[in-house]
Design a binder for this molecule. Structure first.
Ligand code: GDP
Length: 311
């Protein structure tokens, strides 16, 4: 069990995942949370990170800081996705070990699995086949992070765990149309189409790819359980166990937002991997299940968007 006064460093606390973790930890009564703004601590800077850990010596480290983006950003900026993520994770993981952290949780992603992995994807599919090219740079960095955590576990007995969430959405998601993931992008597009009284909304790709979506508050609750109960360096998937096609997602979002025009498909944009559904039996066996149905989660996220992003 984690002590409510243990010092927990959440790296990436302004992001969608980090901010959900901070909300959850606070609501569970954890009172000694450590966070640093980017302007005070650049996680890409190895000496700054080493100094910060030497001074603060957090007992638990949650590594939710990463350069992330949707299919287009990943495809357009492979150098930045590879280099910045390697730097951040190498610095934080090494400093956590060297300053005596008793546990570290590294956040990976479901895109680490091969493009044509069996569906639903079991944890054992890691490194069993070629990757999806559109996000290979990000994925290679994430796989390196998993391997570094496993190396610390094997060589130095560190309790460093790696969690693979499926596609996430929720408050503090990125709603920029060039760099966002699909759910946030379509929420914004549907909202703007409705506001402008457009008759059509353009969606990227063919609409055929299938994705699984999990509200980030559900991810945060799973991470808390894993911090308390999971002490293996073997990776573990976090998902809801159901996927839908991009077409169905677009239709659902239009319904929630109240846009009743037509969908158009921009097939000059990539589809990416055909299907990405995680096998979540390992997590289910620990007694966890999600609590936010997709339609409710989208409605909640739309409310957040209206309150925080809509002009
Ligand atoms: P992925 O899961 O890594 O492929 O990342 P995304 O969430 O960016 O894309 C998921 C799927 O949604 C891909 O097939 C995209 O082509 C499709 N998609 C449809 N419309 C959009 C959009 O406006 N933005 C993004 N990012 N993806 C879109």
């Amino acid at each position: 069990m984690m002590d409510k006064s243990e010092k927990i460093f959440v790296a990436g606390h302004h992001g969608m995942v980090g901010s959900a973790l901070v909300r959850r930890l606070k609501s569970e009564g954890f009172s000694n949370l450590l966070v640093r703004d980017r302007s005070k601590l650049d996680l890409r800077d190895d000496s700054a990170v080493a100094k910060f850990f030497a001074e603060e010596k957090p007992s638990v480290v949650i590594l939710a800081a990463a350069k992330v983006g949707g299919i287009k950003a990943n495809n357009d900026f492979p150098v930045e996705f590879l280099l910045e993520n390697l730097r951040i994770q190498n610095n934080v993981i090494q400093a956590a070990y060297e300053n005596g952290a008793r546990k570290l949780l590294f956040l990976g992603s479901s895109c680490i699995y091969p493009k044509f992995a069996p569906q639903p994807i079991p944890e054992t599919a890691l490194l069993s086949g070629p990757l999806e090219p559109t996000n290979e740079a990000y994925v290679i960095a994430k796989i390196a992070g998993i391997k570094l955590c496993q190396a610390y576990a094997r060589e130095y007995d560190a309790n460093f765990i790696s969690v693979m969430p499926t596609n996430l959405y929720g408050p503090n998601d990125n709603f920029d149309l060039e760099t966002s993931h699909v759910l946030a992008a379509l929420l914004r597009k549907a909202h703007e189409a409705k506001t402008r009284k457009d008759r059509k909304l353009t969606v990227w790709g063919s609409g055929k790819p299938r994705r699984e979506f999990l509200h980030v508050d559900d991810l945060a609750s799973a991470c808390l359980l894993l911090l308390e109960k999971y002490d293996s360096s073997e990776i573990i998937n976090v998902g809801c166990g159901e996927d839908i096609s991009i077409r169905e997602l677009a239709e659902l979002i239009c319904e929630v937002v109240g846009f009743d025009g037509d969908l158009a498909w921009d097939v000059t944009k990539p589809d990416g991997t055909p299907r990405k559904l995680l096998d979540v039996s390992k997590l289910r066996a620990l007694g966890w299940k999600p609590s936010i149905p997709l339609r409710d989660g989208i409605a909640r996220t739309y409310e957040w968007f209206l309150a925080n992003c809509a002009r």
